[in-house]
Design a protein around this ligand. Structure first.
Ligand code: CP
Length: 302
């Protein structure tokens, strides 16, 4: 395949190949000389129509570690503000002899649309509420690294599932790798199609925590919420917020994950986010190796 548009259309074998390559690159970037010449003379544009800290910086670092030439584009401050279309913007960037495009956009399906119109490899860095494939890959890679396997593991995804691209990509990736999944949120934040995804669903955070080995806690995405009956943030924290006291009720330790950015004190308390059971910064570290692997493997397909 020439693109990474989502997890839905890749196979378990593809994911294992990405993990094997990422393990190699993780070792490389822990050496004193972190750079390899694998993508020398390849030019990559990071095109971000939505805000990002982790994804954008980790793609840029991954590209530089692979010796690619890198250009960065943010919609804010660009001629998008003068009305230029997505396709015109991208075609102008590609006219500068760009080989690969990493794109984040608020519209569901925008990288799939571009894939029909342009020749460059496209990597989806998040399309609206749809998919965020490299996040799911780094999440599953981090679970495998921590627990030795993903198959058979019980993973609860707790938070704003409705507006989360991380949730959908995680569901696809975890299922392909053989994990069991439970979604946990207020009913207003679980999409209707969730019942057809082959996952367990609960509205009780204690039930999710008692069941799981890993809790992937998601951000409440206020910027995307338009529904009327959402519990207030105070109610959300009261009924669904993960804190030390809740975890102390369990007779086991669970692994805490979060894709970031965290709303501290809302979906996750600081004493949990910063506890030894949190692998949140390991996820970020693994993001660079995963993105190096994806870029390297897609470049091979050209
Ligand atoms: N996890 C994630 O996508 O973070 P950013 O929005 O900061 O890239």
């Amino acid at each position: 395949t020439r693109h990474l548009l989502g997890i839905k259309n890749i196979t378990e074998k593809d994911i294992e190949k990405i993990f094997e390559t990422a393990r190699y690159f993780k070792e490389v970037i822990n050496r004193p000389i972190k750079k390899v010449p694998s993508l020398r003379d390849v030019t990559i544009a990071n095109v971000f129509f939505e805000n990002s800290t982790r994804t954008r910086l980790s793609f840029e670092l991954a590209e530089k570690r692979l010796s690619a030439d890198v250009i960065n584009f943010s919609a804010s401050g660009s001629s998008v503000k003068k009305g230029e279309t997505l396709l015109d913007t991208v075609n102008n960037i590609l006219a500068m002899k760009v080989d690969m495009l990493v794109m984040r956009h608020s519209s569901v399906g925008s990288p799939h649309f571009l894939a029909k119109h342009i020749k460059a490899n496209i990597i989806n860095a998040g399309d609206g509420t749809h998919e965020h494939p490299t996040q799911a890959l780094l999440d599953c890679f981090s679970i495998q690294e921590k627990l030795g396997s993903v198959a058979g593991r019980k993973v609860a995804i707790i938070g704003d599932i409705l507006h989360s691209r991380v949730a959908l990509s995680n569901i696809f990736a975890l299922q392909k790798l053989g994990a069991e999944i439970m979604l946990c949120a207020p009913a207003t934040l679980i999409p209707k199609y969730a019942k057809d995804l082959g996952v367990k669903i609960t509205y009780n955070v204690r039930e999710a925590l008692r069941w799981c080995e890993v809790a992937n806690v998601l951000r409440i995405q206020l910027e995307r919420q338009q529904i009327k009956y959402f519990p207030s943030l105070r109610e959300y924290t009261l009924y669904f917020g993960i804190n030390r006291k809740l975890l102390e009720e369990l007779d086991k330790e669970i692994i805490i994950m979060h894709p970031g950015p965290i709303n501290r004190g809302i979906e996750l308390s600081s004493d949990v986010a910063d506890s030894p059971h949190s692998i949140i910064l390991d996820q970020v570290e693994n993001g660079v190796a995963i993105r190096m692997a994806v870029l390297y493997l897609l470049a091979q397909s050209n």
